[in-house]
Ligand binder design. Structure first.
Ligand SMILES: Nc1ncnc2c1ncn2[C@@H]1O[C@H](COP(=O)(O)OP(=O)(O)O)[C@@H](O)[C@H]1O
Ligand SMILES: [Mg+2]
Length: 380
């Protein structure tokens, strides 16, 4: 069994047509035929979209993707047209909504791996191959591969498993020339991103891209290089031969497979909701990935429809901007214990700030947030 534990009802927004509810994103189309991609706070694990959300996850994914799209812009065009909210859209879509070119999507999950783990490791243990590619003897969980490899998967419907396939199978499905273009672009982008991440103390173990076509041109689509689409490992903790700590859903997976959850992964029932401490810890991991990748104040993306576009009120404001009253800095110096788990002190106050000075304000508050998280960790 798999799918949505509780399928959300799409919002009705005047002027937009709802197209699809994905695992994480809701897709709409505007009157110009552009795609409106709204990232929710939903989280999916083990092919289930859980009934519990991770606050701010949608904004982290969107802002990280935007930053990466910019880092890669000279390598490959991307689908982002604008970050402007469509007229009539709810204010809480700000920061998690992209207006995109609607593409003819290639039906392939384009995965690049620089390290061995996950489904690649499982196949390697059986056959010394990953997606049919022969690898040297002696590799273990977390080993760096001799060179990055392209390990495509078929794109499954919500609730189904993506399935690793050979390059030859992709070539059969999309044609030899398209397959070669997908592989080349995937490996080029991976190499660029790996080097950027490494410079920030993070190993990009593997990642998944989706591409589409517009007038024959290959365009990078979907989300890119987020904790949902990638395995990021802290470089200083990397130790082949065991599972690596990572900035992703590990807390959720660990909880759901522990006796505490009461859930049988291989049984008939959907998974239960998540307890608050798992939500908090997972949220902190997403925020940490965000804080460790783009340099503070990196965002300058607003309207992308040419030089005339006005900056948005929230330009440069990538994450929650308020600290809750229980944060040490706002409690008159008296420390009041926070709820369990890091990351809970940053409230979701998007849309509260407007206009001038917000860029500097955001930087200060993010630094505050970072030090607050560090303090919370050390008190846990
Ligand atoms: N530019 C685009 N044009 C058309 N479809 C797109 C574009 N970018 C992303 N998509 C599709 O939008 C969906 C994003 O929603 P998501 O929640 O990630 O869905 P999924 O459950 O398929 O992973 C994906 O199916 C992706 O292939
Ligand atoms: Mg997806």
């Amino acid at each position: 069994m798999s799918g949505f534990v509780e399928k959300p009802e799409p919002l009705q927004v005047p002027g937009l047509t709802h197209l699809h509810t994905g695992k994480v994103r809701d897709l709409y189309q505007n009157a110009d035929g552009e795609l409106i991609m709204v990232a929710s706070d939903r989280i999916s694990v083990y092919d289930w979209v859980l009934p519990t959300e991770i606050p701010d996850k949608g904004r982290v994914l969107t802002q990280l993707s935007l930053w990466w799209f910019d880092q890669l812009a000279d390598l490959v065009p991307n689908h982002v047209l604008s970050t402007e909210l469509p007229p009539g859209a709810p204010a809480d879509w700000a920061g998690r909504t992209l207006v995109c070119t609607s593409l003819d999507m290639a039906p392939v999950e384009c995965v690049a791996r620089g390290y061995l783990t996950g489904s690649g490791l499982a196949e390697y243990r059986e056959s010394r191959t990953v997606c049919g590619l022969a690898l040297p003897e002696g590799l273990v969980d977390g080993s760096e591969l001799p060179a990055p490899i392209f390990t495509p998967a078929t794109k499954a419907a919500v609730g189904d498993h993506d399935e690793n396939v050979s390059y030859e199978e992709v070539a059969r499905q999309v044609g030899a020339e398209t397959a070669a273009r997908l592989r080349r672009a995937t490996l080029d982008i991976y190499a660029r991103a790996r080097d950027i991440a490494r410079g920030r103390g993070i190993l990009l173990a593997d990642t998944k891209f989706e591409f589409g076509f517009k007038d024959g041109e290959l365009v990078l689509a979907d989300e890119v290089l987020t904790p949902d689409s990638s395995r990021f490992w802290p470089a200083d903790l990397w130790e082949p031969g065991r599972a690596q700590p990572s900035f992703d859903k590990q807390f959720v997976r660990d909880h759901l497979t522990s006796p505490a959850s009461g859930w049988d992964r291989h049984g008939e029932l959907p998974p239960p909701g998540l307890p608050q401490d798992v939500v908090d810890a997972t949220r902190a991991k997403y925020i940490e990935a965000y804080e460790r990748l783009p340099p503070a104040g990196a965002f300058s993306l607003s309207g992308r429809r040419g030089s005339n576009s006005r900056p948005q009120p929230w330009q440069g404001c990538a994450l929650p901007t308020e600290l809750r009253p229980h944060a040490p800095c706002e409690s008159g110096g008296r420390f009041r214990p926070p709820p369990r788990g890091a990351g809970t002190t940053i409230a979701n106050e998007w849309g509260a700030s407007t206009g001038r000075g917000l860029f500097a304000e955001r930087t200060t508050r993010l630094e505050l947030a970072t030090s607050t998280l560090a303090r919370l960790r050390s008190t846990n």
